[in-house]
Design a protein around this ligand. Structure first.
Ligand code: FES
Length: 322
């Protein structure tokens, strides 16, 4: 078997080729519902900032058409009030925007360094060979589009692949081959973590911010033992890290000192010091930042269950300290 290299994959990547907008695009192909949802997206942003809605708008377009067409570009440009060239610049920058029809399942195989050396390159090559398509191509039955991805942000489960952005961890040639075989035969295997699989158009709708209860899994656990290993170790050792909140308070204290000096001058001059803030109560100074880990851990983490006295059947995500 000849393995396509990442360089081969790059050459096949349509994003690197010249983009031919073969027609101006017709924004009127989008119906009432899409227009209403586009207005809803724009309303999420401050007045006069419609252009900020472009990213979810493009996902909305993909949820309708399966990729960003010339019509989709014209629709976005018209709706948010920018030029088609500006929309195109965004579409070609982000890999999540597809310029060719996408299959029901987008299979993304990580070929970044860690996954690549642990088998991701071979998995990508083998799947391309099995499916008979290259990078960013779709099988003739419209079931699967395959692409290689550069770090799927799950390096601790390398090699990984995603299907419609849901994770399948610790893949092998066999498990990946089995997975795409099932997808082609109409099955929807359960991802290792996260929500159940849905179609590419359905996931694009979710990314645009429109949720369908049939595709939601509010109790799904997104992280696992490997991701939380550092947090677990820190808990065992009693390690702590400075809180962002405390850092901010330090900065405020420095600022207050400067203000204090200014205030003394002002008081001597008989005026109220500019920008002076009331003193913070002690409790407010110590509040944790939302970035301060750890706050939750996964239900599948047995050491967590042991530590908190919870076990199988306990509510996921409810850990000590919550
Ligand atoms: S290297 Fe594959 S997920 Fe990061």
């Amino acid at each position: 078997m000849t393995l396509p290299t990442n360089a081969d994959a790059g050459r096949q990547n349509f994003r690197t080729s010249v983009i031919n907008l073969d027609r101006p695009g017709d924004p009127t192909v989008f119906g009432e519902r899409t227009r209403a949802e586009a207005a809803e997206i724009i309303a999420r942003y401050p007045e006069g900032q419609a252009r900020s809605a472009l990213l979810p708008m493009l996902h909305l377009v993909q949820s309708e058409q399966g990729y960003v067409t010339a019509d989709g570009i014209a629709f976005c440009a018209d709706t948010v009030g920018i030029t088609k060239a500006q929309v195109l610049a965004v579409v070609t920058f982000y890999t999540m925007y597809k310029r060719k029809p996408t299959g029901e399942y987008l299979v993304s195989v990580c070929t970044n360094t860690l996954c690549g050396v642990l088998g991701g390159d071979e998995i990508f090559a083998a799947l391309c060979e099995t499916l008979g398509v290259g990078n960013n191509d779709t099988t003739p039955d419209g079931t699967i589009t395959i692409e290689h991805a550069e770090c799927l942000a799950a390096c601790d489960y390398a090699p990984v692949l995603t299907v419609n952005y849901e994770y399948f961890d610790n893949q092998t040639l066999d498990s990946a081959g089995d997975l795409v075989g099932k997808l082609q035969s109409g099955e929807r295997p359960q991802p290792t973590r996260g929500a159940p699989l849905c179609s590419f158009k359905q996931i694009e709708r979710q990314i645009a911010g429109f949720f369908d209860e049939r595709t939601l899994a509010p109790d799904a656990v997104g992280s696992g033992r490997a991701t939380e290993a550092g947090v677990r170790l820190a808990l065992e050792r009693g390690d702590t890290a400075p809180s962002y909140a405390l850092e901010r308070d330090d900065a405020k204290r420095d600022h207050a000192k400067r203000d204090g000096a200014k205030g003394d001058d002002a008081r001597r001059a008989g005026v109220k010091p500019e920008g002076a803030e009331p003193a913070q109560p002690e409790a407010a100074k110590q509040r944790p930042s939302s970035h301060d880990a750890p706050l939750t851990t996964s239900a599948e983490d047995t050491s967590h269950a042991h530590r908190t006295g919870s076990g199988a059947g306990s509510e996921p995500g409810k850990g000590k300290g919550e």
